[in-house]
Design a protein around this ligand. Sequence first.
Ligand SMILES: Nc1ncnc2c1ncn2[C@@H]1O[C@H](COP(=O)(O)OP(=O)(O)OP(=O)(O)O)[C@@H](O)[C@H]1O
Length: 286
Amino acid sequence: MAFLDDILAGVHLGLFWAVVDFALVFFVIYKILHLIKGTRALQILGGLTLMVVMYFISKNSLITLETTHWFIDKFIANIFLIAVVIFQDDIRRALARFGKRTSVSFFSSNRAIEEASVLEEVIKACSQLQQQKLGALIAVERIANLDEITEDGVKLDAAVTKDLLFSLFIPDRQNPLHDGAVVIQKGRISAAGCFLPLTNLPNLEKSMGTRHRAALGLSGVTDAAICIVSEESGHISIAHRDQLYRDLDTNEMRDLLQRIFSPEGRNDESLVERFRRNDENEEPVT
Ligand SMILES: Nc1ncnc2c1ncn2[C@@H]1O[C@H](COP(=O)(O)OP(=O)(O)OP(=O)(O)O)[C@@H](O)[C@H]1O
């Protein structure tokens, strides 16, 4: 009897680990699909799956597809190298997201009043720019460091005021700084005329110009909040974590920025969810 009990215990234990094993694989696949949902990577994954299927078909002894088999065999042998080349943007993005989390954001300290007043100046400037239908792009650093972005811009070290932000975007030939983005770091305007990386997210509206694509681009590789004033429509939008929140009024802009920079904002998915729930009209682009 004891022998039978031992066998049953062994079977239960084996079953338990089989379930854990299965759940683990399922969880990893789910996480990977969730991570790459809506990105170029998902399409590439589809292509790679097709290659693997073709590999097994060409390996079948009933069918002679030697060249195809040879080609896919070599392809699979070099898959690691190929993946690094194909996914270089995504790898860079992932490293930027996770690797720079240690740098201290000024919004993580206790200077809540200063922080709120910086955001308020940004909101006022955007509102004034909107009234004048002047285009603008303002990136506000959060945790990921934006030094790489400011390197090629014109360095400034100025207090964040509505008037300065407004004047930086006056489109005059005498004001070369109006072209590009203004960057705010640690509560100061650190640079203007900065170039932001363009997004390569698929399925963007054709009408979306480079200013919006640049904002989305930076939002994909860092956790910054990027405020956009459209010269064409006069609409204010905010790009954050690959999402574009469009046509915001002053209150919506304040609400979203406060959420992004709140300690809770670290959990970005819940932030976005709550913002969506709070504002039925809100339509993120991606
Ligand atoms: N990569 C970039 N980095 C920073 N700023 C950029 C970048 N690309 C474009 N811009 C800014 O956007 C301006 C061009 O905007 P464009 O009209 O192409 O875009 P848009 O998204 O349609 O914006 P708008 O609605 O204001 O017209 C440029 O003059 C420049 O100031």
